[in-house]
Ligand binder design. Structure first.
Ligand code: FES
Ligand code: FES
Length: 220
């Protein structure tokens, strides 16, 4: 029977490793038992009762105070229309309306939404009664995979309300007058909503139709 090869001088022998461990113990550096590690890396969970008003309905929930509005909608109320793209406020897929204003629900704590009316894509319309923005997205093929679409539509609805209220954008030239929704205005105001399928020309066409803006002849 062949004997196993002797350990080379490049590799520590089993005896040397055990010896080193003993030396560490003798020096007072005790190994940490797994039972001594804290159960979680973060602070302990704190659960509170809260009431969320979503799409005209009141929901009583017991949630960890750290729960985002997006997770409350998707994981607890099963309203999965709002999407989680980045969870960092960078893609806009989670956009919903709070008291008519668009917000990133991934950056909003559920507890902060108490006392406000939340509207998600499910509350804007349904297949039999589409919101005009939903109908325009259908008409103009304003989507491909559709992942960003609920956020795009909620954002577009909120954006039109902002423009109607006279809110300027960074590309608004005349700050003294009510901003006209030109193509460049729509581009800028929707820049927080990313579409990985790059359906931007069709998205803008849909928004322009609802806003009454003429953006014909423009490319992406
Ligand atoms: S998931 Fe909220 S901005 Fe991306
Ligand atoms: S349609 Fe696919 S991400 Fe926008």
């Amino acid at each position: 029977m062949r004997r196993p090869p002797e350990p080379s001088s490049d590799h520590p022998s089993r005896r040397a490793v055990i010896g080193a461990g003993a030396a560490i113990g003798a020096a007072g550096i005790a190994p940490v038992a797994s039972a001594e590690l804290p159960a979680t890396a973060g602070p302990p969970a704190s659960v509170i009762e809260m009431t969320l008003q979503v799409n005209g309905q009141s929901h009583r929930l017991s949630l960890d105070t750290r729960t985002s509005l997006l997770d409350a909608l998707r994981e607890h109320l099963r309203l999965t229309g709002s999407k989680k793209g980045c969870d960092h406020g960078q893609c806009g897929a989670c956009t919903v309306l709070m008291d008519g204003r668009r917000i990133n629900s991934c950056l909003t704590l559920a507890a902060m939404a108490q006392g406000h009316e939340i509207q998600t894509i499910e509350g804007l319309g349904d297949p039999d009664h589409l919101h005009p923005m939903q109908a325009a997205f259908l008409e103009h093929d304003g989507f491909q995979c559709g992942y960003c679409t609920p956020g795009q539509i909620c954002s577009a609805v909120g954006m039109l309300a902002e423009a109607k209220a006279g809110w300027p954008s960074v590309v608004t030239a005349d700050l003294a007058s009510r901003p006209a929704l030109s193509d460049i205005e729509i581009r800028e105001r929707m820049s927080g909503n990313i579409c990985r399928c790059a359906a931007y020309p069709n998205i803008r066409a849909a928004i322009a139709q609802v806003s009454g803006t003429d953006v014909s002849g423009r490319d992406a």
